[in-house]
Design a protein around this ligand. Sequence first.
Ligand SMILES: *Cc1c(COP(=O)(O)O)cnc(C)c1O
Length: 232
Amino acid sequence: MDIKKNLEFINLQIEDAKKRVGRTDEVLLLAVTKTVDYELIDKAISLGINDIGENKPQELVKRMNHYGDKLNYHQIGSLQTNKVKYLYKNTKLIHSLDRLSLAKEINKRAKRDDLIVDCLVQVNVSKEETKSGIYLEDLEEMIEKFLEFPHIKIRGLMTMAPYTDDEKILRNVFGKTYNAARSIEQNNYENLTMEFLSMGMTHDYQIAVEEGANIVRVGTAIFGERDYSKKI
Ligand SMILES: *Cc1c(COP(=O)(O)O)cnc(C)c1O
């Protein structure tokens, strides 16, 4: 796996996508390290990767134990309430805040340590049953409930598009998420920003950037196909 070539290619694609829509702001390339060997992750780090993401909390904790405060850690997959205790302290951003019970648990833990935990609210635009996340029509109401937890700071939205080559569907999902963020922003809530939009993976990150993503979560395009039989 030529990590260097892959990262150069992705960074170029991101820059091109930004140019196509006239963007000059930063896009964070979040390296998704599910099942990836340390040798390859080390290589990515040596080439400038500072942020890594895992979808399983226990795997993220393993990465934290391995790399310590050298990296920023992102919880990108659904988070069971009973796993919050392992990662709320050291996670840079939880991308998958999707229900009240989770908000309550994060807030409870963070309160004891007098911490504020940064979270993105996960939205499910396409209403696929296999995906978690809040439906757009419920978003404002849910966000107002989340705002009752002072040890959580909402800093944007996360979404996953359906796996499809249909550009129209992808643009619709990402565009609607972008618009939802702009609309929530209009309410000028305290203790909330809409500065991050975490959207786009290997298959669709260029389109996500064109539609306003400023965090892309990319695994396969950096590290190659995953082998889920591997243990980290
Ligand atoms: C695995 C995963 C990614 C990265 O997927 P690739 O297609 O390998 O880039 C992004 N986001 C989430 C939530 C994931 O679980």
